[in-house]
Design a protein around this ligand. Structure first.
Ligand SMILES: Cc1ncc(COP(=O)(O)O)c(C=O)c1O
Length: 390
């Protein structure tokens, strides 16, 4: 059991408002704040280079912390400055040529779709969408029909930005590997609220962010590159962190995942990110999943009773993201709820074009309670929604 009083004591703002936006950017706990602010103060004292050298061991240990969190080896972890940067670094290194095929799901995120379409257009590859099944999740049988050896990549969003869906991963990976395709898992919305383990899921590549469910600082991201995938990838955006200049015309790239890191980084944020992962591991990822599911179920049950509210979550397995519409423009409703001390965000058609268009939605309300939200606060949020839609 997570000690609610203890985690709320680490998160003072959790008592000042009903915070339901961990899918947007969560509230970092005290150890994360201390790690970031403490390092910034040290940089101001001795300069960034000396301050970084003082924390070399902790920075190195961070690869082990994330390896533990994500079911990988330390040399399969790279740190970046966002989920998108992680995703782009991996995608850009997937060899793609004319005639190759890339498969996406109906809940593909715009930040992935744009680069996929752009690169496919440039190299003459095609992009095809795997249909969803009747429950709204990726249809694995339909995927099997689509697969052949020209499919080089399956881009799979674990938890989409705009609904409570959790896509099945292992089944997709098994099918994709049958034709030699790589699977790049966008775990931006799942790391920190659900177990995401590369060893159990079998995925080749995982991208994630710090600021959402992991409760890390903004401007942080992580990338998992399995050793088997590293052999296939052709990194293109490389610098002196990615490799060494060993002769006038010779260079040697790193063989591990850190080939995808650039030399310059916000060290304070990196330390905060590592502190956030440690915090999650100390609480227990399964405990976190249970508590988040408890709050999200409570919220769905409450909202289902409010006249005029329509829940918009799809899929068989649900995450901590609760989406709904209520007959009022979503941004207007978000601001009205803010007036009641309830923080939620909205998601719009442009972020998940295929799914939102298919379901005839322009925008949805997105409420994402983390484990630090009290059950009574969830009820407060339901009451606020009911007042705002009346
Ligand atoms: C599913 C999904 N993928 C990727 C991203 C991009 O993450 P970042 O802003 O950290 O690059 C988001 C952000 O909301 C997301 O919801």
């Amino acid at each position: 059991m997570i000690d609610l009083n203890a985690v709320r004591a680490d998160t003072p703002a959790a008592s000042r408002r009903v915070f339901l936006d961990s899918a947007g950017s969560s509230l970092p706990p005290r150890p994360v704040l201390d790690a970031v602010v403490g390092h910034l103060e040290r940089e101001a004292e001795v300069g960034g280079y000396v301050a970084a050298r003082e924390r070399e061991d902790d920075l190195e240990a961070g690869y082990g912390v994330f390896a533990e969190l994500l079911g990988a080896e330390p040399d399969e972890i790279a740190f970046t400055d966002s989920a998108t940067r992680s995703w782009l670094a991996a995608f850009d290194a997937v060899p793609l040529a004319a005639g190759d095929r890339v498969l996406i799901t109906e809940v593909e995120y715009a930040g992935n779709a744009v680069p996929i379409l752009h690169r496919a257009h440039e190299v003459g590859a095609s992009v095809e969408t795997i249909p969803s099944d009747a429950r709204g999740q990726v249809d694995v049988e339909a995927l099997k029909e689509l697969l052949d050896e020209r499919v080089k990549l399956v881009s799979l969003v674990h938890v989409p930005t705009n609904s409570g869906l959790v896509n099945p991963v292992r089944e997709v990976v098994e099918a994709a590997h049958g034709v030699g395709a790589l699977v790049l898992l966008d775990a931006c919305q799942s790391i920190g609220q659900l177990p995401v383990r590369a060893d159990e899921l079998g995925v080749d590549l995982i991208s994630g962010t710090g600021r959402k469910w992991l409760r890390g600082p903004r401007g942080t991201g992580v990338l998992v590159v399995r050793r088997s995938a590293r052999e296939v990838l052709r990194p293109r955006l490389v610098d002196l962190r990615s490799g060494e200049w060993v002769g006038p015309r010779e260079y040697r790239l790193r063989e591990d995942a850190r080939v995808f890191e650039l030399w310059e980084a916000a060290v304070a944020d990196r330390l905060g990110l590592i502190a956030a992962a440690r915090y999650a591991l100390d609480l227990g990822v399964d405990e976190i999943r249970r508590e988040v599911a408890d709050r999200a179920d409570r919220l769905r049950r409450g909202l289902a009773q409010v006249p005029g509210v329509e829940l918009r979550d799809i899929g068989e397995q649900r995450s901590g993201i609760v989406t709904f519409t209520a007959g009022r423009p979503v941004v207007e409703l978000r601001e009205a709820l803010a007036g009641h001390g309830v923080v939620v965000s909205t998601s719009h058609v442009g972020s998940t074009l295929l799914d939102m268009t298919r379901r005839g939605l322009d925008g949805v309300m997105r409420a994402s309670p983390h484990y630090f939200v009290e059950p009574a606060q969830v009820d407060q949020a339901v009451e606020a929604v009911s007042r705002c839609v009346r």
